[in-house]
Write a protein of this length. Structure first.
Lengths: 70, 370
């Protein structure tokens, strides 16, 4: 299982995948906001989403696992 | 008949010059940029109106005791307002990225190369040494510092220098990418930087104190800016004076921004602004920005030759300050080269270090020239 952590402290703008979705490397999985900027978090590899731990509006830290892939 | 002439000569329109009208057009151009294009509206609206109102004849606004004279004389000439702005900036600046990766302080310093490149360029163009210093500081991309330095060294240049600084800051997304791309390979830009460590509260409290000690001992003349910058930061990081933190970064900042904007704008009367020197300021300003970007990137590459934990050279470009826009531009360039790369927080290090660097450069100019 591959866990995708938040790359920086920020607020979740949107979660762009749901459990069961198949994603390809560099697909957007989550959009964060930090420093008044929208930051897209991309999937590091191909895989299937097995876990989504956050909702839009959550504040995340660098130790927060956003999404896990299989 | 004589009375009739007196009445007419007391009407402003009889004294309006072509220069006044040109300055109005410049003011309208700034309004357009601010209102339609959203470029630095908090500054360009008051500056633009200061220019506009200062270019009406017979108003007395700029005469000794006039309203704009008071704003300018007591707020800016005495160097009161720029440090107050720095207080507010300090209360919003997170030095965490610098503390986590202190090497980035060097990158913030490297970007000051642009300041010196433009300084020497301006000297060659025939500007006096004081004027050249004010032009060079544009490369620091820091408005209050530019105003502080020109109040100190060359007050007649203040209008042109500050408008050039604020306009080029708005152009950061256009100026940085071509230069940063030219100096880096795609592979370098695609480099992923490892996650930064978390910075503790104690470190964040010690940082402003330690920085004050080091900077004010080395460059005493930068003290007005650095002291207030670090005080604001200590307000925020201490966590015990929330009211002071909030008033510094909100109400106080907003009030002094109005006085600063109008005061700076009012220095731009036709006879002061419409000279070839203003054109020189704008030309050298862009040189300053370009060299600042290049300096940061090149020093980052140089640093990589000697260190184990390499940095993505793009973050050097954020050393031009213009917080946080330069960091955002760098982040976007990194993502473009490699979607797996998140440079924003790494770029904030040189970015905030650049603010300190520019204040230090200004202090060094004052010490050397005044």
């Amino acid at each position: 299982m591959i866990q995708i952590n938040a790359p920086m402290v920020g607020k979740v703008v949107s979660v762009d995948v749901k459990v069961g979705d198949k994603v390809k490397k560099n697909d957007v999985v989550v959009t964060l906001e930090a420093m008044k900027m929208q930051i897209k978090v991309y999937a590091p590899t191909d895989g299937e989403v097995v876990e989504v731990n956050i909702n839009a509006g959550d504040v995340v830290n660098t130790d927060t696992v956003l999404v896990a892939l299989n | 008949m004589g009375q009739l002439v007196d009445i007419f000569s007391g009407i402003g329109v009889m004294h309006l010059t072509l220069g006044n009208v040109v300055m109005w057009l410049i003011a309208f151009a700034l309004f357009y940029l601010a209102i339609v294009k959203g470029v630095e509206p908090l500054l360009l609206v008051p500056i633009g109106f200061g220019i506009f109102a200062a270019n009406f004849p017979l108003t007395g606004l700029l005469d000794e005791g006039g309203l704009f004279y008071i704003f300018y004389h007591y707020g800016i000439e005495t160097e009161l307002i720029p440090p107050l702005i720095f207080l507010g900036l300090g209360a919003m600046t997170d030095f965490g990225p610098v503390i986590a990766n202190p090497k980035t302080l060097l990158l913030g310093a490297a970007a000051q190369l642009g300041v010196y490149a433009a300084f020497f360029g301006a000297l060659l163009m025939g500007f006096t040494i004081s004027e050249a210093a004010c032009i060079g500081i544009i490369g620091g991309a820091d408005g209050p510092t530019s105003i502080f330095l020109s109040a100190n060294l060359a007050p007649h240049m203040m209008g042109a220098v500050s408008v050039a600084a604020y306009s080029y800051m708005a152009l950061v997304p256009i100026i940085i990418p071509p230069i940063a791309k030219l100096l880096t390979t795609r592979q370098e830009r695609a480099m992923v930087m490892t996650q930064m460590r978390m910075v503790g509260k104690t470190e964040k409290i010690v940082f402003p104190l330690l920085t004050s000690i080091v900077v004010m001992l080395l460059v005493p003349k930068s003290a007005p800016l650095i002291a207030m910058f670090m005080l604001g930061n200590l307000f925020m990081e201490s966590g015990v004076v929330e009211r002071l933190t909030n008033v510094s970064r909100n109400e106080l900042m907003n009030i002094v921004t109005i006085l600063l904007g109008v005061g700076v704008g009012s220095t731009m009367t036709a006879q002061v602004f419409l000279t070839w020197k203003t054109i020189g300021v704008f030309i050298m300003g862009v040189v300053a920005f370009a060299f600042a970007t290049a300096g940061g990137v090149l020093i980052a590459k140089l640093m990589n030759l000697f260190t184990k934990n390499k940095v993505n050279p793009l973050i050097g470009a954020a050393g031009v300050s213009a917080v946080p826009m330069a960091a955002r531009v760098v982040h976007n360039m990194g993502t473009e080269a490699n979607p797996q790369s998140y440079l924003l927080m790494h770029a904030m290090g040189p970015n905030v270090a650049g603010v300190i660097g520019t204040a230090v450069a200004a202090g060094a100019f004052i010490a050397a020239i005044k």
